[in-house]
Ligand binder design. Structure first.
Ligand SMILES: C[C@@](CO)(OP(=O)(O)O)[C@H](O)COP(=O)(O)OP(=O)(O)OC[C@H]1O[C@@H](n2ccc(N)nc2=O)[C@H](O)[C@@H]1O
Ligand SMILES: Nc1ncnc2c1ncn2[C@@H]1O[C@H](COP(=O)(O)OP(=O)(O)O)[C@@H](O)[C@H]1O
Length: 292
């Protein structure tokens, strides 16, 4: 009998995001609070009798070899060879990976990074490599700045480009998340001359009391649809951008309030995609793996 490991790849929100500087290589230094949502993609992994790695269905516009899932699988198999755990990648069993894509791409919800982290942890488990989370997070960083937080699996205060992580005791409200139907180009935001790049560094304790997203001003200018979504959601609380957008979110004390706002969206802005989800401080991926 072939066993399938079915795991979530949750979304993240940046509850706040300050840009405190820019490194010599052009990357921006951030201070951000990452929190997971109980909503995201799902990946099924089934071992094969040969050594091939297959991913289905394909994501439109993303060639298989550029898909972060395939890149994560290859990176992990190369690491197993480099560490002498197997002589060649062909000595590892192949795998069929099925992706149920739920999260919008380029939405600031970290879907691609989360898919990559889920793949690293799933294949580490199925290939019985037993790499520790430090090693997997370091491998993940080579795929994207947001991958380490998904590998480690706890809500975090992040510094650097997102690789220096400390657990953050965030509240766990319900969120309404709106995707205003456009994709934001992260490089266009980080390359914009008007982007704030010199926010003073603050402590995690201060950030937990509330903060802004420094990308918001530039994203509002470049993408009027995002400005519209922020202004609409601001009627109900404090609306924020996650990452570089395009998604915006607002926190609510209970599910009833969040669902009322979703109802208003249906009638007032039927073209936007939106969902509600609960914030969680332990990643649903780690919760699922603990019982796998
Ligand atoms: C801003 C954040 C916050 O969580 O989220 P997203 O909106 O992407 O989800 C991330 O740090 C995004 O990290 P990541 O997803 O790896 O960024 P990429 O798409 O690889 O970055 C595209 C480009 O943006 C610039 N970039 C990215 C991250 C960073 N800290 N400084 C930068 O200057 C670089 O020019 C990079 O080549
Ligand atoms: N498995 C994947 N899921 C989503 N995007 C992917 C994936 N693999 C590669 N990508 C690429 O990464 C880009 C960023 O995707 P995503 O992580 O969803 O957005 P964001 O970083 O804004 O949260 C996409 O536009 C796409 O080109």
């Amino acid at each position: 009998m072939t066993a399938t490991l079915s795991l979530p790849a949750p979304a993240k929100l940046n509850r706040m995001l300050h840009i405190t500087g820019q490194r010599a290589d052009g990357y921006h230094e951030l201070q951000t609070l990452f929190q997971f949502l109980d909503h995201g993609d799902r990946l099924d992994f089934t071992l094969r009798d040969d050594a091939a790695i297959h991913l289905a269905p394909a994501i439109e516009g993303v060639p298989a070899e550029s898909n972060l899932i395939m890149r994560a699988a290859r990176l992990l198999s190369e690491a197993a060879v480099a560490r002498g755990q197997v002589a060649s990648s062909n000595d590892l069993p192949g795998v069929d990976i099925r992706l149920k894509k739920v999260l919008p791409m380029g939405g600031g919800l970290g879907g691609g990074s989360s898919d990559a982290a889920t793949t690293l942890l799933a294949l580490d488990h199925l290939w019985k490599l037993e790499l520790d989370l430090d090693t997997l997070a370091e491998l993940g960083l080579a795929l994207g700045a947001d991958v380490p937080v998904f590998v480690r699996g706890f809500s975090a205060w992040a510094e650097g480009i997102g690789e220096r992580l400390e657990p953050a005791p965030l509240d766990t409200p319900w969120f309404v998340v709106i995707h205003p139907g456009i994709e934001v180009a992260t490089p266009a935001v980080f390359g914009h001359p008007q982007l704030t790049r010199s926010s003073p560094a603050i402590s995690m304790a201060r950030a937990l009391q509330g903060g802004r997203n420094d990308c918001e001003v530039v994203v509002r200018t470049l993408y009027p649809a995002v400005a519209d979504a922020l202004d609409w959601l601001d009627q109900f609380g404090t609306a924020r951008l996650t990452g570089t957008g395009a998604c915006v979110f607002c926190a609510f004390d209970d599910a009833r309030q969040a669902s009322k706002v979703l109802g208003r969206l249906d009638s007032e802005r039927p073209t936007w995609h939106a969902f509600m989800a609960r914030g969680c401080n332990l990643s649903p991926l780690h919760a699922a793996l603990a019982s796998a």
